[in-house]
Write a protein that binds this ligand. Sequence first.
Ligand SMILES: CC(C)(COP(=O)(O)OP(=O)(O)OC[C@H]1O[C@@H](n2cnc3c(N)ncnc32)[C@H](O)[C@@H]1OP(=O)(O)O)[C@@H](O)C(=O)NCCC(=O)NCCS
Length: 370
Amino acid sequence: MAEMLRAPKGLDGVAVADTGIAKSDADGTLIYRGYTIRDLFEMSTFEESTYLILYGKLPSRGELEEFAAKLRRYSLVPHNVYELVRAIPHEAHQMDVLRTAVSGLGATEGGISSEEQKLSIIAQMPTLVANCYRLNRGMEIAEPDPSLSLSANYLYMLTGRRPDAFESWAFERMLILYLEHDLNASAFTVRVVASTLADVYSACTAGLAALKGPLHGGANEAAMQMLLAIGSADRARAYVQETLARREKIMGFGHRVYKTVDPRSQLAKRLLRELLEKEGKGLDTYRLCEAVENAVWEFKKLPSNVDFYAAPLFATLGIPIQTFTPIFASSRVVGWVAHYDEQLVDNRIYRPDAIYKGEKGLKYVPLDER
Ligand SMILES: CC(C)(COP(=O)(O)OP(=O)(O)OC[C@H]1O[C@@H](n2cnc3c(N)ncnc32)[C@H](O)[C@@H]1OP(=O)(O)O)[C@@H](O)C(=O)NCCC(=O)NCCS
């Protein structure tokens, strides 16, 4: 028998696939299909970056208009999925609600082509995230308003308030930052499911399950709870010191790839400052975040990651905390779909091995004799 390769814990440093979708690097860079995250953040739109990630090139004006119109057309969610959501207890976590709803979509949308399924799931996700929350709070379902841009519409459905141009621009920047991040835990999960030739809804439902965890997408919600618990900049250093002394994690910090800077975090930080200044809200939140960031660097040399600054940014936009991780999911689903497709180009089912450390040769004792 060929000798088995023992992969390091967490598959650290192991490449399990080739990809042309995105690349994060230890030097603090991130590209989507060859374009830097900074350029896309500054100049692109959600629809354009989504097109880029899915089809590997920037669209022409005509292609972009057609694509955006398709997303708008597909954004309505079948109402029987809302019946499913209504049956879920109100205390449920919004990621559990969303995961159930996406699974329900898969059971509902089986009749459409696989291409349509992929665009539908991307287009329906914002509507679903907002309405899962709204139904949970006993509010009416909000239907997308075709006169608004995707990000303005999304914010409107989430908050019930029509955002101004800067607010929807800022929200759209965060959606762009969250779109894709090479082989993170949820993208890997999606690829494993794709490798079995299961449908895209199954793969994305599994992606949602992986994203929910606080070490992955759940970190933005956890980071917000932490910021609320700390309260003000003058308490940050002691909080960080005490938390680390208990060997607990500071949420929104650390990364497998980025060891000094997460480029998304720095862009989100800049955005948070701009938003607070534009809205005349003062810089207390910004100073609190920076104080936490400085303390974590001082004591543990860990950089903040995207989730740390996403959290106060979403909160400043008036978005409910329970929807922070679902919002991350509604953007990352684009990366998942791209990984799903890429996996199938040269597919082989994922089937690693494990080193058996259990007992062997035990003699079975019938129940009555034990
Ligand atoms: C993201 C994360 C899961 C990466 O895990 P990883 O690559 O396995 O990280 P490592 O375990 O190699 O981290 C190296 C060291 O930093 C510590 N560390 C990593 N992140 C930490 C954090 N947020 N708070 C405190 N300590 C942390 C680890 O415990 C380890 O310490 P040790 O060397 O004393 O044992 C991890 O940093 C983490 O849990 N962060 C908090 C959750 C989060 O923000 N997730 C969102 C990621 S975008």
